[in-house]
Design a protein around this ligand. Structure first.
Ligand code: F6R
Length: 619
């Protein structure tokens, strides 16, 4: 595995250079995740410099006011609050009573209350409300009876339940960092007589491409010269050296104003990358190499039911998968991962679970996976290579799109539903779909990147969406409506608007609208209909009229050349004609762009909307 995505960010450095400066440079590469405070601790000999600030990293730099804390070892952190509100007191690093140990930590210490109570009973005084602080005091306590700091860390961590990626710096051993992991990524990057530490490879590539990732329940003792790795029983281990191949450019904005914009415009490339080498047009089929292992294909061919799950946007992709598979005659059900667990499917041993996750690190999805794994075959459709879900599922399909940086998912969703189209084609062909039908579908999928590109290269089309965003930017309520396979599209369109413009938006099945939401409709409540040309669009037209009869403004995403829609909408955004089952891929693009334009028109930092994090690693 090379890395994974988590909410908080950790970096560290030990070597000849100015450690705080390098640690903070690494940290800047992690701020795209969203965070609420930042801090560092660096050591010059046995003297600590520690600084923390709430809000943007600039606040930390303001506090430094151009000064550079001296010293060759440092640890840094961006925090996304889980235990304790975002304050300086709760920002990392956290220390013990004597101020000899400082810790930065990602993850959740599940038994922190029990540990804290025991430590308080032994006289420890806590300064924050965080679970992390427990670690610093715990090491201080275990150090009293152990021959070395390493042993103190090892025995301390044996008492910890929960997850951690952590780095400890101590005035006791000023040129050594102690790094540990359990279900939370931490990478060591080797330099020339120096070591870099980060929770995300995107930071490390600033200085090195030679990395090693710490495994679960492992501790690394890192100095400028090298490192030794042990498991929690004290047995020496070795790590696999890996080389990161990503170009720095891939993670940068590439000329666009925001990552979100870049990622919307790279939708055609995302689809092309997701289908490359996988679409067999002549055979009318899909080849998904990741499923071609250990009898997985055979089990899929006889699967009684496919359960799809994920969170947020990834759940909407799962719901799309449910509609698509069922239309192909394959029993399927989608559920939100955080809820599926409370109403778990009654699994048949022949069922198959498919988990959708861009990051592969979403805690709720991992939670569902843990349960499902005990009973049935589990598959993942994941972007981040080697992430937790990618590792823990029995087999899977990588999205093969470059890192998604914008917090709101755009190209990842487009790629997820494309891959589900390939997956459905494969299963349908396994179950007797005639080759001619398969060929037609494969040909349609192959056309998607060009059709998408034709929209995104059309300046008039883009300007029209920009104009509409200006027209609608001051409305405060939106209903997104679609039927059938475009119901998930409506949900996703509404979520995008909410996330990046902070405007209230609801996704709803168009047919359900008259069973309640219609009560809200007046001239100030906008309805966005996803109404491509298909067999049931007349019913959607009726719904549009129901809105208009109540003076509600109607915006429609419809097929180019569909003249009838003009009669039912105030404004129309067109998409190219395409097979109905693939229309969500095209219809999502203008909805993403509309949300982006409305968000930027409101002056919102769409790449890092408030309160959101790129990967939600807490349940
Ligand atoms: C929405 C968004 C989130 C994620 C969700 C799952 O724009 O990005 O709703 O889709 O947190 O994340 P992954 O796909 O990483 O499991």
């Amino acid at each position: 595995m090379i890395g994974g995505e988590i909410m908080c960010g950790i970096t560290g450095y030990v070597g000849k250079r100015n450690a705080a400066e390098i640690g903070l440079k690494l940290l800047e590469k992690l701020v795209y995740r969203g965070y609420d405070s930042a801090g560092f601790a660096s050591l010059d000999g046995a003297n600590f410099s520690v600084m923390k600030a709430v809000g943007h990293m600039d606040r930390l730099y303001d506090k430094l006011n151009g000064s550079k804390p001296k010293g060759g070892a440092a640890i840094c952190h961006t925090r996304w609050a889980t235990h304790g509100i975002p304050t300086e007191r709760n920002a990392h690093p956290h220390s013990d009573c004597a101020g000899r140990y400082y810790v930065v930590h990602n993850g959740v210490i599940e038994n922190y209350k029990t540990l804290k109570r025991a430590l308080e009973a032994s006289g420890h005084v806590f300064a924050s409300e965080t679970d992390t602080e427990v670690l610093a005091h715990l090491f201080e306590e275990t150090r009293k009876t152990t021959p070395s700091l390493f042993e103190a860390v090892r025995l301390g961590l044996q008492q910890v339940q929960g997850t951690f990626g952590l780095v400890l710096i101590s005035s006791e051993t000023p040129e050594t960092l102690y790094v540990a992991a359990r279900s939370s990524p931490i990478l060591l990057g080797k330099g020339d007589g120096e070591y870099f530490i980060a929770s995300d490879p995107r930071a490390l590539i600033l200085y090195t491409r030679d990395v090693e990732e710490l495994g679960d329940d492992q501790i690394a003792v890192v100095t400028a010269k090298g490192h030794r790795v042990y498991d929690l029983d004290g047995v020496a281990r070795s790590l696999k050296a890996q080389r990161i191949e990503w170009s720095e450019d891939e993670a940068e904005k590439g000329g666009y104003r925001h990552f979100m914009e870049k990622e919307i415009f790279s939708g055609p490339e995302a689809v092309a990358n997701s289908i490359r080498g996988r679409l067999l047009i002549k055979e009318g089929n899909a080849r998904l190499g990741g499923l071609n292992v250990d009898g997985v294909l055979e089990r899929l061919s006889s699967a009684k039911r496919i359960y799809l799950s994920g969170c947020g946007t990834s759940y909407y992709a799962a719901l799309f998968g449910q509609y698509l598979l069922k239309q192909a005659g394959i029993p399927a059900e989608a559920g939100i991962a955080s809820e599926f667990r409370y109403s778990p499917p009654i699994f048949d041993p022949d069922d198959v679970v498919v988990l959708m996750s861009q990051s592969g690190e979403t805690a709720d999805t991992i939670g569902f996976l843990r349960e499902a794994k005990k009973k049935v075959l589990t598959l993942g459709i994941v972007n981040v290579v080697g992430s937790k879900i990618a590792r823990d599922t029995d087999a899977g399909i990588y999205q093969h799109i470059s890192p998604e940086v914008g917090v709101a998912s755009t190209k990842a969703f487009i790629s997820q539903i494309t891959i589900l189209s390939l997956f459905t084609l494969l299963l349908a062909r396994q179950r007797g779909m005639p080759v001619e039908n398969g060929q037609m579908i494969a040909q349609s999928i192959a056309r998607v990147p060009d059709l998408m590109q034709s929209m995104l290269s059309d300046e008039g089309w883009i300007k029209h969406i920009a104009d509409l965003s200006q027209k609608y930017v001051n409305y405060t309520n939106f209903l997104y409506l679609g039927r059938g396979i475009n119901y998930p599209t409506a949900l996703e369109g509404a979520l995008k608007l909410k996330e990046v413009s902070y405007i209230h938006a609801e996704g709803y099945p168009a047919g359900e609208m008259k069973h309640g939401p219609i009560a809200m409709i007046d001239e100030n409540f906008v309805s966005v209909f996803i109404v491509p040309e298909n067999g049931h669009r007349q019913r959607v037209f009726s719904n549009m009229e129901e809105i208009r009869a109540r003076y509600g403004p109607v915006l429609a995403v419809a097929t180019a050349g569909d003249l009838e829609v003009n009669e039912h909408a105030d404004d129309i955004i067109t998409i190219p004609p395409i097979e109905d089952t693939l229309s969500p891929i095209l219809a999502t693009v203008p909805l993403q762009l509309f949300a982006y334009k409305v968000g930027t028109a409101k002056g919102i930092n769409v790449d890092m909307p408030r309160n959101l994090a790129k990967s939600v690693t807490v349940e």
